[in-house]
Design a protein around this ligand. Structure first.
Ligand SMILES: *Cc1c(COP(=O)(O)O)cnc(C)c1O
Length: 232
């Protein structure tokens, strides 16, 4: 099941890379983040055994439980909104925090990382789709934080994360992803070390890759429907 789904997703990733109209500054390889939220810890073991390297979880508590019951392995990404009161736990748990969406949170993560002598890798989440309920930096907030990033000595900004709006026609997401790519290119000019552009989920990752994503966060297409009755 998972093995078959993984092959299909990997095939579509390759095809989307071939479909790009131009060479992208994000390179020509894509990192697949397997999103295992609301699935059992066992699916993580299965995914890692099949060669998946990155695991995506959206809740600190759930990730903590899973890491406690599993042997060490995989790179763990936080992809969901992080409450500031969980910053300490998040720094202890995650290799990459993709969902940094406010300066206050970034400052707290820096403090917590300094406390344990870690350099925390993060992505800045941009609210390009401008949906009311979506988190992420607005254009104005993003412009405001850019010149201040170097002050956070225990933070390494690896790049950007973008979530497209839900829509009936996936083509509607293309302009959002194109904007995300433009933001990435601009950021890379100022900060050449930046190398991650995380865009695309099960229903839109091929469009995201065509537009320049080099990291996709895929759950349902790999693991099927989430089980919301699971408690962690
Ligand atoms: C749940 C989630 C995903 C994966 O969604 P699927 O549609 O199941 O692929 C990706 N990114 C974020 C931020 C998520 O919360």
């Amino acid at each position: 099941m998972l093995a078959d789904n993984l092959k299909i997703v990997q095939g579509k990733i390759e095809a989307a890379l071939q479909n790009r109209k131009e060479k992208k500054e994000t390179g020509d390889a894509v990192t697949l983040v397997a999103v295992t939220k609301n699935h059992t810890p066992e699916v993580i073991t299965e995914a890692l055994a099949l060669g998946v390297e990155c695991i995506g979880e959206n809740r600190v508590q759930e990730a903590k439980h899973k890491k406690e019951v599993l042997p060490a392995g995989g790179k763990w990404h936080l992809i969901g909104h992080l409450q500031t009161n969980k910053a300490r736990q998040a720094v202890a748990l995650f290799d990459l925090i993709e969902s940094v969406d406010s300066e206050r949170l970034l400052a707290l993560l820096d403090e917590e990382a300094a406390r344990i002598g870690k350099v925390q890798e993060v992505l800045l989440q941009l609210n390009i789709a401008e949906e009311e309920q979506k988190t992420g930096f607005s254009k104005e907030e993003y412009q405001a934080i850019l010149p201040k990033l170097d002050a956070y000595k225990n933070i390494c900004v690896r790049g950007l994360m973008v979530i497209a709006q839900a829509c009936t026609d996936v083509e509607e997401t293309r302009p959002v992803f194109a904007k995300g790519y433009a933001c990435f290119c601009k950021l890379k000019e100022a900060r050449p070390e930046v190398d991650c552009l995380s865009m695309g989920m099960s229903n839109d990752y091929t469009v995201a890759i065509e537009e320049g994503a080099n990291m996709v966060r895929v759950g349902t297409a790999l693991f099927g429907q989430r089980d919301y009755s699971l408690k962690f």
